[in-house]
Design a binder for this molecule. Structure first.
Ligand code: NAP
Length: 250
């Protein structure tokens, strides 16, 4: 295992399970102190217990609530001394075709998936500015290219891509790189909760016929957040088994 994160501190939102948990594990394995932030504080605490050691902080945080994020920054500063990497991973789906998509499902998806990363970028900025080589990695989705039945989700992830590209420009002079990873279909509680028919349709659209694993996304995040990617900013790395090159099986 590489050790690119020794002496570095990473905050991962939605780290209680799925892709976020895999990212936190990978960064921890590479030497980082990790802050596991999840709306589900028990899930974050369970992962912290599994990882063990003094380099892990588990906190119950809702990424849509500014006050909680500001309190978290105080805690990170006092307990871990600063922050080198923010991974905006927390996200939700509330799928529906346009004719049936409720306003509440539009608002909740945009709030968690797009306003959440905005608030987290803003809250972490003072800490990230203090560290050389700091970075933000946003978890978008291949869906930002368009996905029927996910107008709210695709729009939120398209917003994440635009946020990434714009902040890459805004924060370059602060020495902060900003990139995005756009996963394809990944085997997590989010996709396991989909109706079987929807999952089957998505699997048919996979060039390889296979889903990806959370660890596939974690490896890409660990690269983009590290010094190996020191001259990479404003990019969207699709980790989707090639699906972004065209849809199969429609
Ligand atoms: P997941 O299994 O549903 O895990 C998401 C985690 O985020 C959960 O622990 C959830 O807590 C937490 N969370 C949700 N809303 C939150 C909030 N407001 N504040 C803090 N934490 C919150 O999802 P996943 O599949 O790992 O997805 C992770 C990210 O990858 C998301 O951004 C998703 O859009 C993206 N992605 C996933 C796939 C895929 O195929 N799985 C594909 C493309 C992109 P609760 O349990 O309380 O909801």
């Amino acid at each position: 295992m590489l050790s690119r994160y020794r002496q570095r501190v990473a905050l991962v939102t939605g780290a209680g399970r799925g892709i976020g948990a895999a990212i936190a594990r990978r960064l921890h394995d590479e030497g980082a102190s990790v802050v596991l932030a999840d709306r589900d504080g028990d899930a974050a605490a369970a992962l912290a217990a599994e990882l063990g050691g003094g380099r892990v902080l588990a906190v119950a945080v809702d990424v849509t609530a500014r006050a909680g994020l500001e309190a978290l920054m105080e805690r990170i500063k006092s307990d871990l001394g600063g922050l080198d990497l923010l991974v905006n991973n927390a996200g939700i789906i509330r799928d529906g075709w346009l004719s049936r998509l409720s306003e509440a499902d539009w608002d909740s998806v945009l709030a968690v998936n797009l306003k959440g990363p905005f608030l987290c970028c803003q809250a972490t900025l003072p800490l990230l500015r203090e560290r050389a080589g700091s970075a933000i990695v946003n978890i978008a989705s291949r869906s930002w290219l368009g996905n029927p039945g996910q107008a709210n989700y695709a729009a939120s992830k398209g917003g994440v891509v635009s946020l990434t590209r714009t902040l890459a420009l805004e924060l370059a002079r602060d020495g902060i790189r900003v990139n995005a990873v756009a996963p394809g279909l990944i085997d997590t509680p989010m996709t396991q909760a989909m109706p079987g028919e929807a999952r089957e349709r998505l699997l048919r659209m996979q060039p390889s016929g296979q889903m990806g694993a959370p660890a596939d996304i974690a490896a890409a995040v660990a690269f983009l957040g590290s010094a190996d990617a020191a001259f990479i900013s404003g990019q969207v790395l699709h980790v989707d088994g090639g699906k972004s090159c065209g849809l199969l099986g429609l």
